[in-house]
Design a protein around this ligand. Structure first.
Ligand SMILES: Nc1ncnc2c1ncn2[C@@H]1O[C@H](COP(=O)(O)OP(=O)(O)OP(=O)(O)O)[C@@H](O)[C@H]1O
Length: 857
């Protein structure tokens, strides 16, 4: 439980207030604020007027910021040292914290919360403090993440202040309520920041987007309530127990309350009435909460009344006016708890947790010292006095498992000390044995439980952390999308279900990742519905898919029955329904580098060369016969030599690669031909088998028919019976039986039954043959398409090689491949080639020697 802390800050007199001598109505002394009604000065004290001449209010902090030369002047730094530091302390302990500035328009809310160019306010100072607080824990034992969002509530609508320019005028965002996390703004942009500079840039961007306008009192009055939220997540390792605590810091700059002026334009009046409406709701909420808190704790109520002294009665009367008399008097007269109308305004709804909920809350009420603002200042002080009575229930936002482990550890300590004191009091073993034993058992049990829980939690934590380390999420500020980077090979689900909306990533770590249904004996790492099973092995970056018996696996729509190496971008289908895209970030990086290199070689050719050789101002060394190489300005001969060597090495590698592709195409072609031939032979054999079987069956049927009909003369054909003949046999048999049926109803004869069976069998065999034929045709087409794709790949590689060879210095070029022709060395001038930066080490790991890109299946 924690009361809302309240601070009062008195700003300097402004030009308007200073004209009539600048009479002051407010005084500050330590934690007391006195307000004097100067209108009563001329009258006899108290006579004929029930109003108090001087009212006194007690607060947690009072800041006098009227004139810097005064001894008790409170600067921005002093305010930060009290309020900002306690915000940071609360956040670092894992509490939600809210700091909000309330006050009449022009009294210094924005100055206090945001500050000016020369005088930083609380918000930027708190951001600064957040990025400094990493030193609280020993090195390497904690890490933190800071996410920022910034919104304004204008005319009861929520706008995202960090949505980029093009979306500035877009419709308002919706406020929703999560059953556990409470109210939140749907689609509000969150921005991960890693240093103070980024945080302040966001703050400035939001402030620039905020709606301000000139009013009679203030030239740049904020016309909206602004909520700057920092989500601060800390990962901590304490007593070997890793944990994560999350704290939300709301820094709120409310719009100023003001009296409606009929001379304002309609927009200004609507704004004003909305501002006032939400502030009145805030007042009612504060008042009702204060009343509830007082009822709940009579003790607290007495304390607060005592500390407020005379002001208590004033506050009490004001409560009823704010709450519309709904909750009875402020002194705890009502029996039932008041209803808190959080939802009556967007502001109170969003600040629900900060007011009476899970948050440590500080209110800073800003006032003018001038006697001209007596009424507004008094109203602000009463408002603030109410807020002081609100009791919140802040709790550390940590994982339930961590809390349980900590509580169990505390319990163990308690039991151990009980055991110790028991032993000390009963030194005789006979007396203490029983009790001692049960206590020891409890300690032991709890210790075992804690050990297990700590182990489980640490493992799951490590897994999660490892996973997070491999990913980085980039939420793009100005555009709608966001990007997830991962360094490990991974699968992304391609869901067929149109109603599925999530995206799932599966990391393929070093070793074997098993994929299959949950009901397997050993639970697979990737669980799929249905009977689909396979394994994917990642061995030093080489990822291989291994289908398991009884499951159909396809890679790029081609069925695989043997282990198959996966390449970047492959589409895998497991069990016909589960589709994934395979990504290999390291391989993709190498491929991108290659592409860039070949594009670079193509692009930076003759134009570079021409300029480097013809324009001496460029400073490139022009060597007759060797023009165009490594013409980076001022490069020394050694690095040029190195550059040329690199180029030669790269060309060699590419040549090997082209050769490897060519061989692979030939091997694949031979394999495909062999495969198709054997399949064709199989088909042929199948066809012959069917024919032979038909012949046998025909003969068998003829024999049975003859046997059955005895002397009846039925002609038996001796040539092979194709399917239509069997059909006619069946018809013949049927006709025969129909004839019989014309006279007597007899069961079908054995011949008829046999014929039917044979016909069915024949149909089945023909159907199987047709299926095998169409499979064969598909396979042939597939091989053709694959060959085309391989050839295209080879062509691209050859073209790249051609360019690279052309770029080699004369004398250095190795003999070009016969297919490429002799074009490379015959050209007069050579194109410029830049140095390539990819690692050949990585390349050889990803593409080990003799590993074909298209793996045979
Ligand atoms: N403590 C202070 N010291 C110096 N100047 C101050 C102080 N407080 C406020 N001011 C000045 O008073 C003027 C009004 O302040 P500010 O804009 O912060 O008021 P506000 O309460 O946010 O007004 P509104 O509610 O209309 O937005 C500004 O020019 C600001 O620089």
């Amino acid at each position: 439980m924690a009361n809302v802390k309240v601070a009062i800050r008195v700003r300097p007199l402004n030009a308007r207030e200073g004209v009539d001598g600048g009479r002051l109505a407010v005084q500050v002394e330590d934690k007391l604020v006195r307000i004097k009604n100067t209108k009563l000065d001329g009258r006899q004290d108290g006579h004929g007027d029930s109003r108090e001449k001087v009212l006194e209010f007690g607060f947690d902090y009072c800041y006098w910021s009227v004139a810097p030369e005064e001894p008790h002047y409170a600067s921005q730094e002093e305010v930060f040292q009290d309020l900002g530091v306690s915000v940071l302390a609360g956040a670092s302990e894992g509490y939600n914290v809210c700091l909000f500035a309330y006050g009449q328009t022009g009294t210094g809310k924005t100055y206090t919360m945001m500050g000016t160019q020369d005088s930083m306010g609380l918000t930027p100072r708190i951001c600064q403090g957040l990025f400094r607080s990493d030193t609280t824990f020993p090195e390497g034992q904690n890490s933190s993440r800071v996410e920022i969002s910034f919104l304004e509530i204008y005319n009861e609508r929520v706008r995202d202040l960090l949505r980029g320019r093009e979306q500035k005028k877009k419709a308002s965002l919706r406020v929703r309520e999560h059953p556990e996390k409470g109210p939140y703004v749907q689609d509000l942009s969150q921005h991960v920041v890693s240093d103070y500079k980024q945080a302040v840039e966001l703050l400035e961007e939001g402030i620039a987007n905020r709606i301000t306008a000139a009013t009679h009192i203030h030239d740049a009055s904020s016309r909206s309530h602004a909520i700057f939220t920092i989500q601060y997540t800390q990962a901590i390792l304490e007593n070997n127990l890793p944990s994560e605590i999350v704290s939300k810091i709301h820094l709120v700059d409310l719009a100023g309350s003001e009296r409606a002026d009929p001379h304002y334009c309609r927009d200004r009046l609507t704004e004003g009435s909305n501002i006032n409406k939400s502030l009145v709701t805030l007042g009612i909420v504060i008042s009702a909460l204060a009343q509830n808190s007082q009822m709940s704790s009579s003790c607290q109520s007495i304390n607060s009344v005592a500390s407020e002294g005379d002001a208590g009665s004033t506050v009490g009367s004001h409560t009823s006016s704010l709450s519309g008399g709904g909750g009875g008097g402020g002194g705890g007269g009502g029996r039932r708890h008041c209803f808190i109308p959080y939802r009556d305004s967007v502001l109170t709804w969003l600040l629900k947790d900060s007011l009476g909920g899970n948050s440590k809350t500080i209110m800073i009420a800003t006032v003018s010292p001038s006697c001209r603002s007596y009424n507004e200042t008094l109203s602000t002080l009463r408002y603030a006095a109410h807020a002081r009575n609100i009791v919140n229930k802040p709790r550390v936002n940590e994982d339930a498992s961590v809390r349980l482990i900590r509580e169990l550890r505390e319990e163990i300590d308690r039991l151990k000390s009980m055991l110790l004191s028991f032993k000390m009091r009963n030194p005789s073993p006979s007396l203490s044995d029983e009790r001692d034993g049960s206590l020891s058992d409890m300690v032991l049990q709890n210790e075992l439980k804690v050990d297990q829980l700590t182990k489980d939690w640490s493992e799951s934590w490590r897994d999660k952390k490892e996973l997070l380390e491999q990913y980085s999420v980039d939420i793009n500020r100005d555009r709608a999308g966001f990007l997830i980077h991962s360094l490990l090979p991974h699968l992304i689900t391609l869901d067929r279900d149109v109603l599925s909306t999530g995206v799932t990533f599966y990391h393929l770590r070093e070793g074997v990742t098993s994929i299959g249904p949950q009901d397997k004996l050993v639970e697979p790492q990737i669980v799929l519905q249905g009977g689909a099973t396979c394994e994917i092995e990642n061995q030093s970056g080489v990822v291989t898919l291994r289908p398991l018996p009884g499951s159909v696996c396809m890679v790029n729509d081609r069925e695989v029955t043997e282990p198959c190496r996966l390449a970047q971008g492959s589409v895998i289908t497991i069990g016909g329904v589960h589709k994934f895209r395979f990504n290999h970030p390291a391989e993709a990086a190498v491929l991108r580098e290659r592409r860039r290199a070949s594009e670079g070689a193509l692009n930076c050719s003759y134009s570079d060369l021409r300029s480097s050789t013809s324009d001496p101002r460029l400073g490139g060394e022009v060597v007759p016969g060797q023009t165009g190489y490594c013409v980076a300005e001022g490069e020394d001969p050694a690095s040029k030599q190195q550059c040329v060597e690199d180029q030669v090495k790269y060309v060699e590698e590419r040549r090997g690669y082209v050769e490897c592709l060519r061989q692979e195409i030939q091997t694949e072609q031979r394999r495909a031909e062999r495969d198709l031939e054997s399949e064709q032979a199989h088909l042929r054999q199948q066809h012959i088998d069917i024919q032979q079987w038909i012949l046998q069956e025909k003969q068998r049927l003829a024999a049975i028919t003859l046997e059955e009909r005895g002397t009846q003369e039925f002609g038996v054909q001796t040539d092979p019976i194709p399917s239509p003949i069997l059909d006619s046999l069946l018809t013949e048999g049927s006709e025969g039986s129909e004839e019989g049926c014309g006279q007597t109803v007899a069961p079908p004869s054995e011949v008829v039954l046999n014929r039917k069976k044979v016909v069915q069998e024949e149909l089945l065999r023909h159907h199987a043959l047709r299926r095998a034929e169409s499979r064969f045709r598909r396979k042939r087409l597939h091989y053709q398409l694959e060959r085309i794709a391989r050839k295209r790949h080879l062509l691209e590689a050859k073209r790249e090689l051609q360019w690279l060879e052309k770029a080699l210095p004369p004398g250095l070029e190795s003999p070009a491949s016969p297919e490429l022709g002799s074009s490379s060395s015959s050209r007069g001038r050579q194109p410029v080639l830049r140095r390539h930066s990819f690692s050949s080490d990585l390349l050889s790991r990803l593409y080990p020697q003799n590993t074909p890109i298209f793996r045979s299946v």
